[in-house]
Design a protein around this ligand. Structure first.
Ligand code: NAD
Length: 302
């Protein structure tokens, strides 16, 4: 048993499966007391069960660690409160929360139903808020703590997952706002954009350019939860296989000015020269893929 997180109480949502399970096991292996919070749902969020959270708690205790299961949903304020309170009731504090829980409802924007939008936003974005909200109130009093959200590279854009992309973009903004608002209280907030082979990534139609195991993501989370990372806040880190990368912070990069108010005609004349557009890497990528597919299916001249 390691000691990197010794004495810390950490709650991990989605801790019953995939990346969350790997994070829960890694935290416990480093001496943390762990709340394994998982609603035990299928990939689209249906059919809840308490089995997966219980199974991970059994794994942790069998390995000599300390853990408690909460088979609650993160989508309600009560659920978020219960997850955090379970750590406090059992071990007296909440030192870190890791919001990994997530679902998928893939659909093109023009076909997406209201419930497909709501369920995904509710699980990822509200589900991070409910836990951050409960934890931050206690961490503010403690003057310490680590909030960790889970986003995705898809926050930048997604073809058939506008709901998921919007939720993950929301998580990024929530994390940055938490970093800003909680800084004076000694509380950090960061996000992980993982890639790993799980049941969720098995659902993605195209082959991932980079991939790895859920266990590859866990060490970065453990580091961010530790006392060694108290100076790191407001950051988004990709973690995949042997790679860790940091994302940029959004900022204005080019501006143009007029004395008074712009007319559309003046904008038309000048926008391309100074401000222009920023390339969308994903758009360039799918255009290239489309062109390659069109070339491959074009009849070969006889
Ligand atoms: N796997 C990847 O390559 C990948 C890529 C980008 C982002 N992510 C993100 O990483 C996180 C983990 O993904 P994963 O691949 O391990 O998925 P997974 O489907 O294997 O695990 C998700 C877990 O969340 C739980 N969950 C779902 N809804 C819940 C709710 N309302 N309350 C509590 N628990 C709930 C599920 O029961 C499940 O155990 C997700 O937020 C996902 O969006 C994963």
């Amino acid at each position: 048993m390691g000691t990197y997180l010794e004495g810390k109480s950490i709650a991990i949502t989605g801790g019953g499966g995939g990346i969350g399970r790997a994070v829960a096991l890694a935290c416990a292996a480093e001496g943390a007391n762990v709340v394994v919070a998982d609603y035990g749902v299928s990939i689209d969020g249906s059919n809840p069960s308490s089995e997966v959270a219980d199974a991970v708690v059994k794994e942790i205790t069998a390995a000599g660690g300390t853990a408690v299961a909460v088979a609650d949903t993160v989508t309600t304020m009560e659920g978020g409160q219960r997850i955090v309170q379970t750590a406090v009731d059992n071990w007296g504090s909440i030192d870190g929360v890791v919001c990994v829980a997530g679902i998928l409802r893939e659909r093109m924007l023009f076909n997406m139903a209201e419930d497909e939008w709501d369920a995904v936003i509710e699980t990822h974005l509200k589900g991070t808020f409910t836990v951050f909200r409960a934890a931050s109130a206690l961490m503010r009093k403690q003057q310490s703590g680590a909030l960790i959200g889970f986003t995705s590279g898809a926050f930048a854009a997604s073809v058939a997952q506008a709901n998921y992309s919007a939720a993950k973009g929301g998580v990024v903004s929530l994390v940055r706002s938490a970093a800003l608002g909680m800084h004076r209280y000694g509380v950090t907030a960061n996000a992980i954009a993982p890639i790993a082979r799980t049941r969720m990534s098995a659902n993605v139609p195209q082959e991932m350019a980079e991939n790895g195991d859920a266990e590859d993501v866990a060490p970065m989370v453990v580091y961010l939860l530790s006392d060694k990372a108290r100076h790191i806040t407001g950051q988004i880190y990709t973690a995949v296989g042997g790679k860790i990368a940091v994302w940029n912070q959004p900022r204005e990069i080019r501006a143009m000015y007029t004395a008074g108010r712009w007319t559309p005609q003046e904008i038309e004349a000048r926008l391309g020269g100074t401000v222009g557009q920023e390339e969308m890497p994903f758009l360039a990528e799918i255009e290239a893929r489309r062109a390659a597919a069109a070339a491959a299916s074009a009849p070969t001249p006889s």
